[in-house]
Design a protein around this ligand. Structure first.
Ligand code: SF4
Length: 333
């Protein structure tokens, strides 16, 4: 893994206006992503985790410019991409591709697999028609499907096979970064491991970085070098994979690990460790957004928003946003 920075996300915000009344006046905002910062090195995988509604998918879609950011900056290879248009945006999209959760809705049902895989190559004017056909064959073989898949349509494949096709399309342009938004959540457990192994093999061969979104910490652990945990639009903890699992410092991370225990961390039975739901991002709780669910909350937590602080080493940061993280390290929820 190279330490050269590929992606830098700085204080990214994505707020969606809420309109109501007869005149559809703006009456509020959904603070889906509210000041998120992280970076990603070339060839690295950063897992972004949290419960549904914590803003991780919105963050991913803002990074790839599906959504325009409300504030903040996104730098790719040292260049800001927030204002890109035209051919510069097309070039960015060649270098940053996406795999979605539901491969069925992300693949055009009226196109054959050969057409689906050839389209990005054609849009980016890569190769002759003959070279593109050869590339499609190589891509299908690379993701574990054969030539037989070319003339078929998406509905003729299983969920796992469709996700292989979506991955083939994502790597067709040899991107430097693939953003994978819950790419195995809709698949059977037996198929999930195969697709995760495919992601890892492709990274070993092609060297691209992954921003890997999931709600299941155990899945993210399998594939990530570092992990960022999001809660209600903010990153609450970010550290190397082993540091995060061996010494989770934020009560929310501790609860997620208890709810999704992984072999080797002492708890094999899945159990509920966190009560209640994520509050509405329309009106986040005051102070620490986690305080209504936090068993360690103190009066200070309702008033003061904790900042991300580095409790690790300078070269191996372990960032946590909790007023009492030092006291709570290793505590169980
Ligand atoms: Fe819990 Fe307070 Fe820490 Fe927030 S700041 S996680 S409420 S202890």
């Amino acid at each position: 893994m190279s330490s050269e920075t590929l992606l830098e996300v700085k204080q990214l915000k994505k707020h969606f206006p809420v309109h109501s009344g007869l005149l559809l006046r703006q009456t509020g905002s959904v603070y889906a992503v509210d000041g998120v910062s992280f970076d990603l090195a070339k060839g690295e995988t950063l897992g972004l985790v949290g419960e549904s509604g914590c803003g991780k998918s919105t963050a991913a879609r803002t990074v790839v410019r599906i959504y325009e950011p409300t504030a903040g900056d996104i730098c790719f290879n040292g260049q800001s991409v927030t204002g890109l248009k035209g051919s510069a945006l097309l070039e960015f999209r060649r270098n940053v591709t996406m795999v979605f959760q539901d491969p069925f809705s992300s693949l055009n049902p009226r196109m054959t697999i050969a057409k689906i895989l050839e389209t990005p190559l054609r849009v980016h004017k890569l190769g002759t028609a003959k070279e593109r056909r050869q590339k499609v064959r190589e891509l299908l073989n690379r993701v574990g499907l054969g030539d037989w898949a070319q003339a078929r349509y998406p509905h003729e494949f299983s969920g796992g096979q469709r996700q292989r096709i979506a991955i083939a399309r994502a790597i067709s342009l040899r991107p430097q970064l693939v953003v994978a938004d819950e790419p195995v959540s809709a698949l059977d457990v037996s198929v999930q491991a195969q697709i995760l192994n495919l992601f890892k093999d492709l990274q070993d061969d092609l060297g691209m970085a992954y921003l890997f979104i999931a709600h299941d910490l155990a899945l993210v652990k399998h594939i990530s070098h570092r992990i960022a945990v999001m809660y209600l639009g903010k990153v609450v903890e970010m550290a190397g994979r082993d540091a995060l699992f061996d010494n989770p410092r934020h009560p929310y991370t501790q609860a997620l690990i208890k709810a999704n225990p992984t072999p080797g961390h002492g708890q094999r039975k899945k159990r509920q460790a966190l009560g209640g739901d994520v509050p509405s991002p329309l009106s986040p709780p005051s102070g620490c957004h986690f305080h209504p669910r936090c068993p360690h909350a103190q009066p200070q937590c309702q008033q003061e928003l904790p900042q991300l602080r580095n409790l690790g080493a300078e070269l191996r940061p372990h960032l946590v946003s909790c007023h009492f993280a030092e006291k709570l390290s290793g505590a169980t929820v």
